[in-house]
Design a protein around this ligand. Structure first.
Ligand SMILES: [Zn+2]
Ligand SMILES: [Zn+2]
Length: 361
């Protein structure tokens, strides 16, 4: 038992990876392709062999071929292909060997209780992520020229981010005070009639796969902005999909993340019901009771391209949804350029608004 999975090409022995363009496993050396399903059996056998039913969080650092981590929180693995030592964070589930480039998958981080239910395989490749970054920088007039002109991409990583998906039913009871206004003129007087209404709404609403990322390392807001993912592409998890990518196991449990999901569900429920109250001049919620009945929770790995660039000693992180191509990230602003452009008061005001809103695209 080695605890590490590596996928080898049966034709040439090369390391095979999941290819997002063909949605198949592909050997980059001899171009042989396999369906991911072909590897299912191999996968299942290896996982059985490696799974440890009495797994505990603290046991990560022991057993298998792992050596003692030299630093706290780090674990060392031995690459099966080249024998190189791979030092990784303890949550690491998939990475590539820094010496030979082979993909390395840590079976125990993905089996038993930690086995994901679903995975959305990568649809877009590294080149697409780099192209989207270039596009993202285009036309941003306040961006320092230096940031644009030089290739500052320090690191591009295809990461399967751990997500919890919550199914639930919400029951809502909402009461609002609403008004309708009616104005007319009579002689020298303007009359306004205000009609007061008590508007009530109640009912049930169902939610399917509300996502919340289960990784402390990944910024919650950044991950939320990458949505939506299309879950019709989600398939049963198989480790082969991770070959060639990075993955960490979750470090926030489904329970830890539930409050975030519940807030979203509550907000969506509230908006869905309030949206049905139309035709009033004002509407002020007076009573709102939303009960959430949690259903199934699934553990999923969702594809994210993370791009890091360094500018003036600061790291800027961009992220792209690896399925849809939705791209987000913060950009530095050139203060000198901002002053030059903001000629008049009006222009300055527009610009400030643009800075506040447009820059966090
Ligand atoms: Zn091959
Ligand atoms: Zn290696």
């Amino acid at each position: 038992m080695s605890g590490i999975l590596e996928y080898k090409c049966p034709c040439c022995g090369g390391a095979i990876r999941f290819d997002s363009a063909t949605q198949k496993m592909k050997c980059p050396y001899c171009d042989t392709e396999f369906d991911v399903d072909t590897l299912r059996q191999f996968d299942e056998e290896r996982m059985e062999e490696d799974s440890d039913p009495s797994w505990q969080e603290d046991s990560v650092a022991q057993g298998g071929d792992e050596l003692d981590g030299e630093q706290e929180g780090l674990v060392t693995y031995v690459c099966e292909s080249c024998g190189g030592e791979i030092v990784a964070e303890r949550n690491m589930a998939a990475t590539s060997c820094p010496y030979c480039g082979n993909s390395v998958i840590v079976a125990k981080q993905l089996s038993g209780m930690l086995r994901p239910d679903l995975v959305i395989p990568f649809k877009l490749d590294k080149k697409a992520a780099e192209d989207r970054l270039r596009e993202h920088l285009k036309g941003k007039i306040l961006l320092p020229s230096l940031f644009k002109s030089e290739n500052r991409i320090k690191e591009v990583r295809g990461v399967y981010a751990p997500f919890w998906l919550y199914d639930c039913d919400a029951q809502a009871d909402i009461r609002c005070r609403a008004t309708r206004l009616n104005s007319w003129r009579q002689g020298d007087y303007m009359y306004t009639e205000t009609q007061h209404y008590l508007v009530a709404r109640s009912g049930d609403i169902g939610f399917d796969k509300v996502p919340a990322d289960g990784s402390l390392k990944l910024d919650d807001a950044l991950m939320d902005s990458l949505e939506p993912y299309d879950y019709t592409d989600a398939v049963d998890f198989q480790t082969a999909y991770l070959a060639g990518y990075f993955a960490d196991k979750y470090d926030q449990s489904a329970q830890d993340c539930a409050p975030r999901a519940n807030d979203r569900i509550r907000m969506s429920t509230q908006n869905a019901f309030l949206d049905t109250i139309i035709g009033y001049a004002t509407c002020v919620p007076e009573h709102m009771n939303i009960q959430i009945k949690q259903g199934k929770i699934r553990y999923a790995l969702l594809p994210v391209w993370l791009l890091n660039t360094v500018y003036k000693g600061q790291i800027y992180t961009f992220a792209m949804n690896g399925q849809t191509g939705k791209f987000i990230g913060n950009l530095p602003a050139d203060k000198g350029k901002a002053v030059a452009i903001a000629g008049g008061v009006f222009a300055a005001a527009t610009l400030l608004a643009w800075l506040a809103l447009g820059f966090l695209l």
